[in-house]
Design a protein. Structure first.
Length: 213
């Protein structure tokens, strides 16, 4: 009996591995292999037609000594600071809206146009939103916040729906107002979802490319 159960268990394991094999192969080929290859190439000097030679840590020395690297790093951190907190706060109140990043960038590029953009027309100004270094990162941050609100709102909405109404009923009986309920019930109960949303939004902000491009 035990032998038959053991054989059945092995068959189930074989089928389980067979079912997850495509995903594992995809992760190895599309994620882990490029990661390892990129790490190796970071210590190499690439020549024409893809040829490369080992270069040690010279690439990293040049990178850390480059003013452009530190400027780009600061811009990335600033973009993250501008988009993550505001995006998560607004996601609590706004309805979901999901659009393709390329389409979003093209529409807002027209809206932020310094000559005939609708934003300047509404404000009665002639600000060069996308060509002035002082306003370009702010304009990109606004677009990033607007485009990510819907996805974050879905995550936070799922967290809010999991909070039992009995907590609020008990709080009202004890005389707690809406502000007290928010900080004592809503915020602590939604903190796991809020943490996940925060991490995901920080990851998206730190690796942003298409919108900036």
């Amino acid at each position: 009996m035990r032998k038959a159960q053991s054989i059945a268990a092995r068959k189930e394991q074989h089928w389980a591995w067979l079912m997850v094999a495509p995903t594992i192969i995809g992760l190895l080929v599309l994620n882990y292999y490029p990661l390892i290859e990129t790490f190796i190439l970071s210590f190499s000097k690439t020549k024409t037609f893809g040829a490369s030679t080992f270069n040690g840590i010279d690439n990293y020395i040049q990178m850390f000594q480059s003013p452009e690297f530190w400027k780009a790093t600061w811009n990335t951190i600033l973009f993250c600071i501008l988009t993550v907190p505001v995006g998560i706060i607004l996601a609590i109140y706004f309805l979901p809206m999901v659009c393709a990043p390329a389409a979003i960038a093209m529409v807002w590029r027209w809206m932020f146009n310094g000559e005939y953009g609708i934003i300047n027309q509404i404000l009665g100004t002639k600000i060069s939103w996308l060509t002035d270094p002082k306003t370009a990162i702010v304009a990109c941050a606004i677009v990033a916040i607007w485009s990510s609100i819907g996805y974050d709102a879905v995550l936070l909405l799922s967290g809010l729906q999991n909070i039992s109404k009995s907590y609020y009923e008990a709080a009202r009986i004890d005389g707690a107002g809406r502000i007290k309920q928010f900080f004592s019930i809503t915020l602590p109960m939604i903190s796991p979802t809020l943490f996940v949303t925060l991490i995901m939004r920080m990851m998206a902000s730190l690796k942003v490319y298409d919108l900036i491009y």
